[in-house]
Design a protein around this ligand. Sequence first.
Ligand code: PA5
Length: 491
Amino acid sequence: MYAIEKDAHAWYNLEKYRGKVWLKAMEEQKDLRFCFNHMMREMIGPQGIAEREIEAMADEIGRAARSMDVRRGEMAWRDLPYSQGEAVKEIQSVADRARERFDAFVLLGIGGSALGPLAVHTALEPARYNEIEASRRGGPRVYIEDNIDPERMKALLDAIDIRRTLFYAVSKSGATSETMAQTMIVIQLLREVFPEGIGERVVIATGAEKGNLNAIAKREGCKTFVIPEGVGGRFSELSPVGLLPAAVAGIDVRALLNGAARMDARCSEPDVWKNPAYLGAVLQVLYMKKGRNISVMMPYVDALKYFADWYAQLWAESLGKRCDRDGRTVFCGQTPVKALGVTDQHSQLQLYTEGPDDKVVTFIGAEEYRANVYIPNAYPDITGISFLGGHTLKDLIHAEQFSTEYALCKAGRPSQTVWLPEVSADSIGQLIAYYEVQTAFAGELLNIDAFDQPGVEEGKDATYAMLGKPGYEEKKAELDARRPRQPRYIL
Ligand code: PA5
């Protein structure tokens, strides 16, 4: 028996990762499974949710479900799985050109403009994608630059040859300082090398309104994708924001959209017991109201580590609100925490089982992994380890996931599990659509606007004021008038 199955070992089957080879599970278009058992009182004891608590929310749930329908027009992100047909053709043609002509593809963006692309890329490409030999990779190396640490920018510029790099500047507002600064740095460098033809090396995604990125696109002749109205940054992964980087890496974007469309249909069902996003939101909101202020996402799949980052932004920025829609102060929200199974069993699990009882844990599991590794029975005579021999790493990781669920259950602490048949473009599309609807529905239950981010805007405005952006003089005066730091508190 090979320690690692031969076909999985020889090379990664990249087509399989990218959703282009339809595995058996995919042929059946297997749906995600959601297990809410360990959220319920009958499973974990008095701290759990009783079914009658859900029944008692029937009116609220009905109101929120109707609101989802009434506001559907404002939630253009829900149409993305169905509306991107034409855009996909254009995206594919830009991606094909990028795959032929460029060695590197660099996304410049932050927050919702970067976390989705990062989550999808890391889920659907092998861990060491950029290190794979170019001929096998089939497309450029991909860098998603969602920070402005100067050391990071320097490291990027050291790693790429800008003459052979396609840049993708993404900003819905076309104003965010981080993305604008990155874009100006890159364009100036390109100007030095290519006095003409910058437009062929910079693609832009931005809102339809005027905006700075539209002005740059016009001046430099850049290809521009529109982020539609009603698609906020953190809900934009299935728009050109996320589809172009995915297509450039060779991911099947149609499979991603198909999975999302199926999940969107599943999550349009008004009956909470048939709609996993609604039931998930109801349980989470019930727990929030009982003081569970922390939502832990713990994938037992390395490839989903950055999916937890995407979720963290979606959940935090959408639900973390001072006021509800009626102007009442509610200080609502739940703090997302990212963990990785099994790694964090040996780091955070102790806290989850015995520390403050303020968390709801979500596991994400994969029924199948894209590689199969056997544990050899290398020491049959050492009984302390020989039991492992003959199992696979999948057996071990599944056993550990169940054991963590069990440990939490035994401590009376809630958890839920989302099962992917396997990580694929289809299942990731489903997962994205699921969490987007769950977040929006939680917003309706909480009667808050899940689509604005006044706290983020405050920080952006303060930055503009500090760096002298015209129109922010009043904000600057406000900042200057703040209480000065006391030297005695600085050591
Ligand atoms: O979800 C959001 O709206 C934010 O996180 C934005 O994506 C982030 O602030 C970046 O904004 P923009 O895309 O306008 O540059």
